[in-house]
Write a protein that binds this ligand. Structure first.
Ligand code: NAD
Length: 417
């Protein structure tokens, strides 16, 4: 079996290369879009609770800001690498473009293990991160947000640090904030909600009735747990399997989200939930289901297992869950893939709504937010599907064609290339 290159940035570049080829993109434009425009690498010394000082490595990548200020989350993860941050920043660029919101793409990260840190240590790390990037972010430059292992609490510390440094209130500098500090209603479930709107559209194309459609969800954090809750309660999906990093659970009759959430709250895991059978993450991905939602981390569908995937629709709520080789296999099998930067665009779309609301200091209710999200993401879905049909390319290439065209046009209009 050929060995796959699992470096996320190499994958992001390979995906762009394929789209550039179909688009017959000018080679100079292609070369420009293959690399991040700006990167910041820095160390963050943090005073730990035992009075020692630990030094953490932080990154912020502003991949492309031709269409507007860079936008993208900050991850805290022990396995964070600059190439992961670059890949995620590239995908943010294509995500904001495919969603047609006036923003560019960025991403940040810190190599750390938040599970081994106290709240006080996390606060000092979050403030230290912001001290390093404060000069380079702002509503006209770059707007961070939460991602894996960061949350509204952490955004509040970062916002406060930024506003302390600048001496003025500027809530739009960061999104995913608590409601009390200018967060948007409906932001926390937005990524899953947006993904479910795209699943609804894909189901129409596959003549699949969502009511009772069997679904497996990998990952039970923000994205995965809300995919279960909203999928079950608002879209009528029958979620038969869910998992987290410790393993998964299965019940052919469906898993009740309230029971699983309560079990996870008590034990910190989904395994051993009453009334379910434990399964592995590998088994979950290969289940006979209508809809498979990878909602955890990168590189889950690979050469090793793609041929065993049996779902009709793969909805990539996680970033980068499918390798290019696996992508080809899934497409050959006729599986409808909703590519990550379209499927999970709900988070950044509502982050953009948060910036808009912060700008005019007037706030919408959750139903208004989700109604506007539906309109934006459904329009994006239709643009991608139309591109896929008219150019006879798979959905991921189609999403790239829509996005790269828009970014390249902005770059050209600015006279950069
Ligand atoms: P999270 O930290 O809240 O949850 C991650 C979940 O994945 C946890 O349940 C964890 O146990 C699980 N997990 C980790 N490693 C795993 C493994 N090897 N196998 C199975 N499960 C594993 O993160 P999140 O915010 O839910 O993000 C999940 C994915 O969605 C990421 O790829 C992220 O980049 C993407 N995403 C998130 C948002 C957002 O708004 N939160 C927006 C767009 C994309």
């Amino acid at each position: 079996m050929t060995k796959e290159n699992l470096n996320p940035f190499a994958i992001a570049q390979a995906q762009l290369d394929e789209a550039a080829d179909v688009l017959q993109l000018d080679p100079h434009m292609h070369a420009f879009l293959r690399e991040p425009m700006r990167e910041f690498h820095f160390t963050i010394p943090v005073r730990m609770d035992d009075d020692t000082t630990q030094t953490f490595q932080g990154f912020r990548v502003q991949y492309n800001d031709a269409r507007g200020p860079a936008k993208g989350g900050i991850r805290f993860h022990p396995d964070e690498t600059i190439d992961t941050v670059r890949a995620l920043a590239a995908w943010m660029t294509w995500k904001t473009a495919v969603s047609d919101i006036p923003l560019g793409g960025g991403k940040g990260g810190v190599i750390c293990d938040p599970r081994k840190m106290t709240q006080d240590e996390l606060e000092r790390l979050s403030r230290g991160y912001m001290r390093n990037i404060a000069r380079y972010v702002g509503i006209t430059q770059d707007v961070p947000a939460p991602d894996v292992n960061t949350n509204p609490r952490i955004m509040a510390w970062m916002l406060d640090e930024y506003e302390t440094i600048t001496g003025r209130r500027e809530p739009g500098v960061i999104t995913g904030k608590p409601l009390e500090l200018g967060g948007s209603a409906g932001r926390t479930p937005a990524t899953a909600m947006g993904g479910l709107f795209t699943i609804r559209e894909a189901a129409k194309l596959k003549s699949l009735n969502l009511e009772g459609a069997t679904t497996a969800v990998q990952g039970y954090g923000n994205v995965g747990s809300y995919a279960h809750i909203l999928g079950q309660k608002q879209f009528g999906l029958k979620v038969v399997a869910v998992s987290d990093e410790y393993g998964g659970i299965y019940n052919a009759n469906g898993l009740d989200c309230d029971v699983v959430l309560e079990h996870q709250r008590k034990t910190g895991k989904v395994i051993d939930c009453p009334g379910t059978d434990n399964i592995s993450n590998e088994e979950l991905l290969e289940l006979e289901v209508d809809i498979l939602i990878p909602g955890a981390i990168e590189n889950q569908l690979t050469l090793k297992n793609a041929d065993s995937v049996k779902a009709k629709i793969v909805a990539e709520l996680a970033n980068g869950p499918t390798t290019p080789e696996a992508d080809n296999i899934l497409n050959d099998k006729g599986i409808y893939i909703i590519p990550d930067f379209l499927c999970n665009a709900g988070g950044v779309i509502v982050s953009y709504f948060e910036m808009v609301q912060n700008g005019y200091q007037y706030y919408w209710d959750e139903s208004m937010v989700h109604q506007r999200l539906d309109k934006k993401i459904t329009t994006a879905f239709q643009a991608v599907n139309h591109m896929s049909q008219s150019k006879n390319v798979d959905t991921r290439v189609a999403a790239y064609l829509v996005a790269v065209n828009r970014v390249a046009n902005a770059v050209r209009l600015r006279g950069w290339v």
